[in-house]
Each structure stands twice: as structure tokens, then as C-alpha cells.
Design a protein around this ligand. Structure first.
Ligand code: TMP
Ligand code: ASP
Length: 262
């Protein structure tokens, strides 16, 4: 597949055309932004890690039946994906209250929610991605009832899967944001998971220390942003560094009695 012209440049990614209409290339940049583009920086290597982390998570989600846009990673910063028409909603799932939820409603930071909370935000930078209700989504035809029903089901399954995956590597999945799109397959449109899932789009806390391992390190000037992203990648088993290679000790073989053939 050949890389074509730039179709769209977002804050952290670029989308390029390919010579096949139904496929595009997603390029991960090192740019980090927060507070609706008011705070900006370049974090060397972030795009490479997010490309790997998102590939890993979407591949695993695909294996448990969550249809998504990933076809394959093609190099350090790029992946081949199915082209979609993005649903203009940011879907947020929260397990622990923090961030804008605590600011908006005065809920104590760190409150564990009895059930996952789904929030919908209208994807519009000029308006600062405002929180909207399902009624807004239907009134303005941003998505159909059927699409939202399907997406809500997907959101719970994605959350369940990711809670387990991160718990297994000593990380609490606090909350995350995902996006969905409509992919043309034959003459029907299919809703699939799109965009990316990475420490840019999730809040991840170490289970024991509650140390933040995500973009909040950048948003809140906590430092060591790359180290935190690397830690996530290393724990997921996709970053192989020398420090990660442990010598495996094999147990001494037990003496085995060999019966002689009489
Ligand atoms: P919030 O608490 O700031 O609303 O963020 C909720 C989750 O959504 C958190 O995991 C960070 C993620 N997020 C994005 O991925 N992009 C955004 O533009 C914002 C505001 C949040
Ligand atoms: N990505 C968003 C922005 O720049 C905000 C965020 O992730 O906090 O504007």
C-alpha cells in the first residue's frame, strides 16, 4: 500500500491517504497538548510509544470481539487503519472520580464509583468539547439510537477488558476516552472503535503508590512524562530494554532412573 497526501492533521496525529480508498495511515506525533491546546510541548519519543501501546491494546480488543480500525502497525510511528467517518463524540468511561468530573461536580478526587460512568462530549475544539446528553446526540443527529446502543455496550466491554489487562500489570484504570467511526464495508456502515488508546487518552495509576502513569504528568507538570509512558509499555511487555531482561534460573534436573531393557 502506498502513502498518499495528508488528509488531516490533529493535535497528536496525522492521517494520510493511501492508494486504497478504505484505508488510511495514522501517524503518531510527539506533540502533547492540554487544556484545549493552550498548553503545548514536544515530548521526544511519545509518538513511538503511543503507536506501540495503541497497537497492543487494539489488537487485544480485536481478539475479544471489539471491532476496531487497526489493520497493522507499519513502522515506528505509523499504522495502517480502516478509514472511518468519525462520530463527533468523545466517549469517556470513568471508574474513579478525578479530573473534570471532580471539578464539575465537587466529587472528592479518588472516589471509587460503584458502576462505571459513561460521559459524552461533543467533539468541537472551538467549544472546548462540551459535555452533552444522549438527547443532544439524537437531536442533532450526531449518532443514531442504534449506534449509541452499540457503542455503550462496546464501552462496557472495553472497560472490563482494560481493567483486567491493566490490573494484571499493577495499574488501576481510572478513566479513559475513546472515539468511534463509521466504516463502509460493502454497502453498509459499521461502527468500529477508532483513534487511539494510550496514556494520552487514559488515566493510569500504579496500584500501590497511585503514581500517575499518563498524560496528567504533562497536564499537571509532574515531570518524567516519558518515563511513565515507558513504564506502561514495559509492563505491557512491548518495550524490551536491558533492564527488563532477567536471568532465568532453571531448576536442577532431577535424577531420573532409567530402566534398562532386559
Ligand atoms: P477529563 O477528566 O479531563 O474529562 O478526562 C477524562 C478522560 O479523557 C481522561 O482519561 C483523559 C481523557 N481525555 C482525552 O483523551 N482527551 C481530552 O481532550 C480530554 C479533555 C480528556
Ligand atoms: N488533548 C486535549 C487538548 O489539547 C486536552 C487533554 O488531553 O487534556 O486540548
Amino acid at each position: 500500500m502506498k502513502k498518499g497526501k495528508k488528509l488531516y492533521e490533529g493535535k497528536a496525529k496525522i492521517i494520510y491517504a493511501t492508494n486504497e480508498k478504505n484505508f488510511v495511515i495514522q501517524h503518531f506525533k510527539d506533540d502533547a497538548t492540554a487544556f484545549n491546546n493552550k498548553k503545548r510541548a514536544k515530548i521526544d519519543g511519545k509518538g513511538i510509544l503511543n503507536n506501540r501501546i495503541s497497537e497492543h491494546i487494539l489488537k487485544n480488543l480485536g481478539q475479544v470481539g471489539i471491532k476496531n480500525h487497526l489493520v497493522k502497525r507499519i513502522n515506528m510511528r505509523e499504522q495502517l487503519i480502516k478509514s472511518v467517518e468519525i462520530v463527533p463524540i468523545e466517549f469517556i468511561v470513568r471508574n474513579i472520580a478525578t479530573g473534570s468530573l471532580t471539578n464539575r461536580l465537587g466529587i472528592e478526587d479518588g472516589t471509587v464509583l460503584e458502576n462505571p460512568l459513561i460521559e459524552y462530549c461533543y467533539k468541537n475544539d472551538e467549544l472546548g468539547d462540551p459535555l452533552v446528553s444522549k438527547e443532544h446526540i439524537f437531536t442533532f443527529n450526531w449518532a443514531t439510537k442504534k449506534e449509541i446502543e452499540k457503542i455503550d455496550k462496546y464501552l462496557h466491554r472495553i472497560n472490563d477488558f482494560m481493567i483486567g489487562m491493566f490490573r494484571g500489570i499493577g495499574i488501576k484504570l481510572v478513566d479513559f476516552k475513546v472515539e468511534f467511526g463509521r466504516h463502509k464495508s460493502g454497502n453498509k456502515n459499521e461502527i468500529i472503535l477508532a483513534d487511539e488508546i494510550s496514556p494520552d487518552t487514559c488515566r493510569l495509576w500504579d496500584i500501590n503508590s497511585e503514581k500517575k502513569l499518563d498524560k496528567d504528568r504533562f497536564r499537571k507538570n509532574l515531570g518524567n512524562v516519558m518515563q511513565a509512558y515507558q513504564d506502561v509499555a514495559r509492563r505491557l511487555g512491548i518495550l524490551h530494554e536491558e533492564s527488563n531482561i532477567r536471568t532465568v534460573k532453571f531448576p536442577k534436573p532431577k535424577a531420573v532412573k532409567i530402566k534398562k531393557n532386559k
